[in-house]
Ligand binder design. Structure first.
Ligand SMILES: NC(=O)c1ccc[n+]([C@@H]2O[C@H](COP(=O)([O-])OP(=O)(O)OC[C@H]3O[C@@H](n4cnc5c(N)ncnc54)[C@H](OP(=O)(O)O)[C@@H]3O)[C@@H](O)[C@H]2O)c1
Length: 272
């Protein structure tokens, strides 16, 4: 008789306590590079799919406007992934604020479409290439490293990296960009294999978009999709825990052509 009210009070406190952490969502995800384009749309899809979402990038005003749009169960963090140590600290703070995180998407990337910081030097090509490597390679690995440490600590998780179809073969319009994406695709494959060998329950998904209209595509662009079209396909690949996913799906065909084309064909066409 005495036990029943104690049980009820404990149950009530448990529900109250857990709701203050997780709200209505039982799943939670972080999108790094969520202020615009693909990452912004993906954060919205994840929220609609019942995830509490952490959104991160450099531009706080854009993140706050996204947080207003999402409405509830959203956590905002300003992170510049090219400031490696600071970014790692901030990511850990965000994870701490969210208490538990099941999925982390590293979407932040640089294609050379915006002016690089003057601190990168006066030579414009070097400035762009250095920045590409700082953001797409070193920044990516700085984040992935922290993500893996966290997932290993909690014993499970899902890391998603946004690479590109350009990872498959070097592109003449931007060799450092395609090189950077090749690095992260290869890196994710290595991580996956390492986890398989160790029997650790962490999934890795390599997302490879084709052209997406988040910037003014050049005259060479074709099959251009919107970020709104691409984000649900990325979500689908995440839900299915795919190892590699091309978005939109037909880019799988181009990837295959890129893989099999002999150098003399590929070089004479300047890519596909
Ligand atoms: N658009 C395409 O055709 C295409 C094709 C293949 C792959 N991708 C890849 O898709 C991803 C998303 O690109 P997008 O097309 O959606 O372009 P986008 O609209 O320019 O989005 C890039 C995102 O990365 C963030 N970001 C950039 N530098 C950052 C840094 N140093 N630290 C933290 N966040 C940073 C930006 O936020 P802040 O400016 O607020 O920092 C923004 O949220 C990129 O990895 C890109 O390489 C795009």
């Amino acid at each position: 008789m005495v036990r029943k009210p104690i049980f009820l009070i404990s149950f009530f406190l448990f529900v109250l306590f857990s709701n203050s952490f997780y709200g209505k969502s039982s799943k939670s995800a972080i999108v790094i590079g969520a202020s615009s384009g693909i990452g912004r749309e993906l954060a919205k899809v994840l929220s609609m799919e019942g995830y509490a979402v952490g959104i991160a990038s450099r531009k706080l005003d854009k993140l706050n406007s996204l947080a207003d749009e999402i409405g509830e169960e959203v956590f905002v963090k300003q992170i510049d992934i090219s400031k490696f140590d600071d970014a790692r600290e901030r990511l850990n703070e965000l994870i701490g604020q969210m208490v538990k995180v099941d999925l982390i998407v590293i979407n932040a990337g640089f294609f050379g479409q915006e002016e690089p910081d003057v601190s990168y030097g006066k030579d414009p090509l070097w400035a762009v290439e250095k920045r590409t490597i700082d953001v797409n390679v070193s920044g990516f690995v700085a984040m992935a490293n922290s993500v893996m440490a966290y997932f290993k600590e909690v014993g499970h998780g899902h890391l998603v990296g946004v690479s590109s179809v350009d990872a498959v073969r070097g592109i003449c319009v931007n060799p450092s960009y395609s090189g950077s994406k090749a690095f992260i695709s290869n890196y994710m494959q290595g991580l996956r294999s390492q986890l398989d060998q160790a029997g650790i329950d962490i999934s890795i998904t390599d997302i490879r978009p084709g052209y997406v209209s988040t910037y003014e595509p050049g005259p060479e662009a074709y099959w251009v999709a919107t970020a709104q079209e691409v984000a649900p396909q990325i979500y689908d690949a995440i839900a299915k825990k795919k190892k590699v996913a091309y978005v939109t799906k037909r880019w799988q065909l181009i990837a295959w052509l890129l893989m099999i084309a002999p150098d003399f064909v590929y070089d004479s066409l300047g890519g596909f």
